[in-house]
Ligand binder design. Structure first.
Ligand SMILES: Nc1nc2c(ncn2[C@@H]2O[C@H](COP(=O)(O)OP(=O)(O)O)[C@@H](O)[C@H]2O)c(=O)[nH]1
Ligand SMILES: [Mg+2]
Length: 266
């Protein structure tokens, strides 16, 4: 076992960062996620990390439950769009809103560290958008969404899209009270993202494979990407979309329509 990476022994190990003569090199990864907490933060024990995570997530889950109840009462569908930065969430949303406008009340909650650029792009479609800036924060949480829901004018039977902060890691852990997480993977990112960042693909209900208009210029292996994603989550639905050409947009909007609470009752 390597005492530097601490695999299997993540707690309070001490080691020399000086000349590196104690570092013995090996070919495998330095895996910091194999302790009980699944993560390593220098200076914290695994027990302390688990305690901190439980404190944060139990508070979040309380707010998420409130959001979920309110959305159910209002018969509003909420979808949480997650991806790495630049996968095409906002562009997909704009095309989605153009297709769904007039069919149901719509609203968008935008999350980014800074700027309200994306909310502005959404508002150009005529749909209301609330921008949340997280500053140093790397994800949206249910408390932020609760406040945004109060300000977003979406009436009964509508759909709310939440564009999360571009990050394939942290937003996976935070329930916002949404019906489903929608993970967007663009074909420019490499087909092995689902196995490199499995948590996000495990908690999503659907994967949008985006920017498929670019496939002729890339070596991206679509079948392999889908196989990797389904290895992580066998129940994952996959839709291939180009927001540029419109290919696949209707399959995606049909998926949304099928999930409207008002539709489910009838
Ligand atoms: N070719 C192509 N480019 C796209 C598509 N969707 C988004 N893009 C481009 O990808 C970049 C990032 O898109 P954006 O929607 O801002 O991604 P976000 O960060 O996930 O919201 C922009 O330059 C878009 O024009 C697509 O379907 N095809
Ligand atoms: Mg965006």
């Amino acid at each position: 076992m390597c005492t530097v990476c601490g695999c299997g022994e993540a707690d309070n190990h001490s080691h020399d960062h000086g000349g590196g003569k104690d570092h013995h090199h090996h070919d495998g990864p330095h895996h910091y996620g194999q302790g009980e907490a699944g993560v390593s933060v220098a200076g914290f024990t695994q027990d302390r990390l688990i305690q901190i995570e439980q404190n944060i997530l139990s508070k979040n889950d309380g707010y998420a439950e409130r959001n979920r109840r309110w959305l159910a009462e209002q018969e509003i569908l909420a979808l949480n769009l997650v991806s790495s930065p630049g996968a095409g969430k906002t562009t997909l949303l704009v095309e989605t809103l153009k297709t769904l406008t007039g069919r149901m009340p719509l609203g968008v909650i935008e999350g980014d560290q800074e700027t309200d650029n994306d909310a502005d792009r959404i508002r150009e479609t005529g749909v209301s958008a609330i921008q949340i800036n997280t500053g140093k924060g790397c994800h949206l949480d249910a408390h932020m969404i609760g406040h945004a829901l109060q300000d977003l004018p979406v009436s009964r039977g509508g759909a709310i899209f939440i564009e999360n902060v571009g990050n394939l890691v942290c937003p996976a852990a935070f329930d916002l009270g949404e019906e489903s997480k929608v993970v967007i993977l663009s074909v420019t990112e490499g087909e092995d993202k689902p196995i490199k960042y499995p948590d996000m693909f495990a908690v999503a209900d659907i994967m949008i494979l985006s920017k498929i208009d670019l496939l002729p210029y890339l070596t991206f292996d679509v079948e392999k990407a889908i196989e990797y994603a389904c290895r992580v989550n066998p129940d994952l639905e996959v839709v291939q979309v180009s927001a540029k050409t419109g290919e696949g947009i209707e399959v995606w909007t049909d998926w949304i329509m099928d999930r409207l609470p008002a539709t489910l009752e009838t």
